[in-house]
Design a protein around this ligand. Structure first.
Ligand code: FDA
Length: 299
């Protein structure tokens, strides 16, 4: 119930205006590196001491071409700065296709592909990689089609699949082949029962089945979860990369890295933090408590 309400609020302009005005800075900065490239580079420098990073420029559901072009510009700057700072071998980028044109009313697929190719070309020139985030189920086919196109020039482009979707085992079979980088997560969106498992145990069982298929395929499963049971499962598979979100279970991230695990942190930055932040609140009821306390103690 709470998860559904928070995910609905993540799409509400009215709640957005309220939250953005609130004294939320402390809890937001738990999950977000800051608003500028300088902010995020400072955090990347700290994290790469023991972990890898994937940097996300926050933004989604851009509905005009100029905005989608601007996203490409942001990524070009970010990638150039990672290269110049000598961080491109430890930090890649993650990108949402709805920030690159997938939410446009006209020519969405063609514009998105052109923009995503530009981001991938910049990454290739800098010696880093790109992973294409997965958004809600209405975008899955278009996103996987774009990833397939991108992989013809850049086979290293990472795909993302969500174990909460009933279709995902079949998607994993398509994606499980040598060289294929696939991030497996549970899924952060509120999906209907017609397309998704709603029961947490079913989502976990699906996660395990998907991991088996990806691990058998000879690619690199990038296991994106904070769930100890799923992490244990991943640690019995080779090869693997473990991925977690910035601000979530940081001590576990460090302990896993110290044990020799390849751990990558998903690190978002930018001014458009609202929807991302609300999805993080929806994942853990205790976060809502912290957030409400920060509102009550305003000033
Ligand atoms: P679960 O939600 O069951 O959490 C397990 C435990 O982890 C909790 O009990 C709690 O201790 C801790 N935890 C989890 N989330 C927390 C939070 N927000 N705050 C504090 N503690 C928390 N989704 C998507 O739809 N598309 C995508 O592209 C991505 N990309 C992505 C990249 C990476 C690196 C990660 C780690 C996750 C994503 N996700 C995502 C989000 C993912 O789908 C999922 O919503 C979250 O990871 C939460 O699910 P868990 O597997 O962690 O399990």
């Amino acid at each position: 119930m709470l998860r559904t309400a928070l995910l609905a609020a993540s799409r509400s302009p009215r709640v957005r205006a309220l939250v953005e005005r609130g004294p939320t800075r402390a809890i937001v900065t738990r999950f977000v590196a800051g608003t500028t490239v300088d902010d995020v580079l400072a955090v990347v420098r700290e994290l790469v001491a023991d972990r890898l990073v994937t940097v996300d420029h926050l933004g989604e559901n851009v509905t005009d071409r100029a905005g989608a072009r601007a996203t490409v510009g942001e990524y070009r700057v970010l990638i150039a700065r990672l290269r110049d700072a000598g961080l491109a071998d430890r930090a890649e980028v993650s990108v949402k296709l709805s920030a690159l044109g997938q939410a446009l009313e006209r020519d969405a697929q063609a514009v998105t592909l052109e923009h995503a190719r530009a981001v991938c070309a910049a990454a290739a020139a800098a010696g880093t990689t790109v992973t294409v985030d997965m958004e809600d189920h209405t975008t899955t086919d278009a996103t996987l089609a774009t990833v397939r196109e991108l992989r013809t020039d850049h086979p290293w482009v990472g795909a993302v699949v969500q174990s909460q979707l009933r279709r995902t085992l079949a998607d994993c079979r398509d994606l499980a082949h040598p060289g294929s980088r696939v991030r497996l997560c549970k899924g952060a969106y509120d999906e209907p029962a017609s397309v998704a498992y709603r029961d947490p145990d079913e989502v976990r069982a699906s996660f395990a089945r998907c991991l088996d298929v990806l691990a058998a395929g000879g690619g690199l499963p990038m296991v994106a979860t904070h769930d100890p049971a799923m992490i244990d499962l991943a640690r019995s598979r080779e090869p693997r990369e473990l991925q977690m979100l910035y601000g979530v279970r940081p001590r576990a991230q460090q302990e896993l890295a110290a044990e020799g695990e390849r751990v990558r942190v998903y690190l978002p930055y930018g001014t458009d933090w609202y929807a991302y932040f609300m999805r993080r609140l929806a994942e853990r009821p205790a976060n809502v408590g912290f957030f409400l306390r920060s509102l009550l103690t305003r000033g």
